[in-house]
Each structure stands twice: as structure tokens, then as C-alpha cells.
Design a protein around this ligand. Sequence first.
Ligand code: GLY
Length: 305
Amino acid sequence: MLFIANGEGWPGVPTTVEMLKSGADSLTALVAGISRVEVDARVRSVGYGGWPNMLGEMECDAAVMDGTTREVGSVGAVPNTIPVARLAHEVMKRLPHVMLTGAGARRFATETGFSVDDVLFPDSKRVWRERLLKEMTPEQAECFPDIPLAPLLKTITDPERVRDTTVYLSADPARGIHAATSTSGWAWKYPGRLGDSPIPGAGFYADSRYGAAACTHTGEMTMRCATARTVVLAIKLGYSLGDAIKLAVDELGELTEGFLGGVVIHAVDAKGNHEVVNFRCQSEIRYWLWDGAMPEPELRPAKTI
Ligand code: GLY
């Protein structure tokens, strides 16, 4: 058994590890852990502790993937709902669809028994308001929100807060390989913006025969390169895990236009290997590892390339 999660996923790591130890279904264990991350306001990039869009509204994204069946459940730009990872799991279990967004996703949440939650953390609201007021002219502030938002987007982009995801991966010879993600997305994003976390192939991908990958940080790059799928397809084509990640990193490095930033790739293969690679993120990146034999999960540094 192998389990990895990004550093910010810490509030749910013990839950997932305990459930995996007791033989729980892997995807259920990943979702249970991520659900704890979503409700913990100390994690400032996911769920309740995350950042709103330009209008001060929370819109959360999440997804799950069963690598054995390649079934996916995904939700994007969901208002007033926690935990969205569990909602994505319900999409996978109950619907013939792969992805629901916005009002439709919220409607499905109500149908499946989710309460309507106030997801906006007061401190996030305070920071959003201060940041926006700094950027707007008095005339814009008076008319807000009935003003064009696009011109504000370039100046309000906050590189410190364009990180924003939690990813969990598990691999087990008997239970298969699985992936789950959740995020509040890019701070102060244009309303309706989806990141890579709900997009199969970009922010996550799993195939129990070969491996799985999931990305954090700049979704605007991994969506253009189908990064998670690239890693898993390269393993299928015979690449080692390290070479598969290098191929995906080379593709990210070929991008010269559009919004460019850092990306972290988390990946496991069906042979029991794992790697977490930091491509151009300035901050120190760490991840959680539990290999089934460890008494406790360990926090490890990512490799920088
Ligand atoms: N990687 C998360 C996002 O771009 O929203």
C-alpha cells in the first residue's frame, strides 16, 4: 500500500491512513481525509479556509478517479457546499455524467442531502475586500459589482495565493490506484473559472495498471499540457516513473505564453514507486508519504527540477 498527499493535506492524512490500515475502500478513505482538509480553516487554499472569487463568492472544485474502472466524478465552481470531494464522489456513484458545475452541482448537492453552507471564512472575506478596494478607483468601488471585472484581473492576481489545492493518491496491488483532489481555486479568480483540479487528465489521472498523477499550483499550465494524463500515458508507453514526470515537466517548460507559474506533480506507479517533483515553485514543497509499513505517515521534501 502506498499513500501520498501534498503538504497542505495534513488535516486529513491521519483519517485516510487509519481507514486504509483498516481495509476501507481506497477512494472512500481518500475522500474522508480530503473532507477534513475542506472543513479546516487553517488550510488557506481549500474549502472553508480558501479564497473567494472576485465577487467575494466561494466556488470550489473537486474530483475523484477510480483507476481500476477509470470512472471519474467531478464538480466545479460549486457554491455553498462542503465537502465538495464527497459531492464529486456522489457524482461518480449516482450519475451517468462525469462533471457537474455551478448551480447544477449545487442542485445535485441538495438532492443528495448536503446542507447549504456558508463557505466564506470571515478572514478570507476581509482579505478579499481589502485587496479589491486597493485596486478599484472610487468610481469602480461605488458601482461594484456592476463593473467590468476583466480589467481588474491582471492587477489583482496574487502570486502568493495561486497555489491552492489538495491532492491525495493511493496505490495498492489489491485495491487499485485512486486519486482525489479539492480546491477553492485561484484567489480572486473571475467568476466561473475552473482550475485543473476538476479536469481529468490535467489536475489528476489514475489507471490501476500503470499509475496515477495529480498536480498542485498553476492549473492554467497543466490544463494546457494534460499533465496528469501525460505522466500516466508515458508509464503505459514504457517510461520509468521519473522519466514520465520529466516528459511532463519538459512539456510545461515549453510553454512561453499565457499565465506561467510553478507546478508540483505528485505521482505513483503500479510497481510501488512514487515521486513528487517541484517545477518552478519558489517555496519549499513537501508531501506526506505512508507506505503501509511505516508506523506513521512522514512529511518529506519534494524533488526540485
Ligand atoms: N491547481 C489548482 C488550480 O489551478 O485551481
